[in-house]
Ligand binder design. Structure first.
Ligand code: ZN
Length: 290
């Protein structure tokens, strides 16, 4: 176990063997629901692995029966990233009115992190068991490889909440157009085997073999030259740009927030989301007119 493990509270960071870093989501009591704290910790954990020249490949795994239940909808006192001095982008600010607070928050911690993690300059592997729901997909899809156990299922259930897809809109790239439509518009889960057949998953393994099979896969990468790995990954990721990912992502993200705003209006809720009110309290200053 790595000496830095103690530095994280929602994660475990370790180097199980030469050339390999492994980050565990470690909120099994919440089925690894992603609160703001976990996401910023995860970003720091990736940075730690990137900065460590001994690390050639990074595994993202999860403690407990399920990989991730998605974003933590029970989160209280959501911290303002700006106040935490941990911004990875430039979207956040203090003067949030209307839908702005909601929009910029998700722009940073969901879309922003996912796009950053997809392009990390080292190969990444998601090691997945149990359920992966909505925001959970956003910790799987940005990784370069996916090793899943037979029991794993994947679902974007946002349509049930009136939202046309999770904030990172890679559905088409992960599943192909036909399957992506089924996945998104029915909101039904798919199995690891279906994901494999669609090209979303590299290996499907027995649950009890997941950790070892993931390490075995990581070893196939860890013995290659680091610079060549970075260049190879970057060259393949260039296809996202060539295929128009950025434009699709931007359009889908705006549609996502149009739906958020529509849902709030339909529900008779103020467009100023409760997020902003909580930010205000945390920042100790008023940004919402009453
Ligand atoms: Zn959202």
């Amino acid at each position: 176990m790595n000496e830095m493990t103690h530095a994280f509270t929602s994660l475990i960071y370790e180097k199980p063997e030469e050339g390999i870093a492994r980050i565990w989501l470690n909120r099994p009591e919440t089925r690894n629901a992603q609160d703001t704290h976990l996401l910023y910790e995860l970003n720091r954990a990736f940075d730690r692995a990137l900065a460590d020249d001994e690390v050639k490949v990074i595994i993202l795994a999860a403690k407990g029966p399920h990989f991730s239940s998605g974003h933590d909808l029970m989160e209280k006192d959501i911290p303002n990233a700006h106040a935490r001095h941990e911004t990875v982008g430039t979207w956040t600010g203090a003067d949030w009115k209307g839908v702005e607070g909601h929009y910029v928050r998700e722009k940073e911690i969901y879309e922003g992190f996912c796009r950053r993690w997809r392009d990390l300059a080292k190969p990444t592997i998601a090691s997945v068991q149990g359920k992966v729901i909505a925001g959970g997909l956003m910790l799987v899809w940005p990784m370069d490889f996916v090793i899943a156990s037979e029991d794993a299922t994947f679902q974007d259930n946002t349509m049930f909440m009136g939202i046309p897809g999770a904030e990172y809109f890679a559905h088409v790239w992960e599943l192909g157009i036909r399957k992506a439509k089924e996945f998104l518009l029915t909101g039904q889960p798919i199995t690891a085997q279906e994901g494999y057949e669609a090209g979303m998953i590299n290996r499907v393994v027995k649950r009890e073999d997941l950790d070892e099979e993931t390490l075995k896969f990581a070893r196939l990468i860890a013995d290659k030259p680091a610079f060549a790995l970075k260049l190879g990954k970057d060259s393949i990721n260039a296809a996202f740009s060539a295929q128009g990912f950025d434009n699709v992502q931007r359009a889908a993200y705006n549609a996502h927030h149009l739906a958020h705003a529509h849902w709030r209006l339909q529900s008779g809720m103020p467009l100023d989301p409760s997020f902003a009110q909580r930010f205000t309290k945390l920042q100790g200053k008023k940004v919402i007119s009453e």
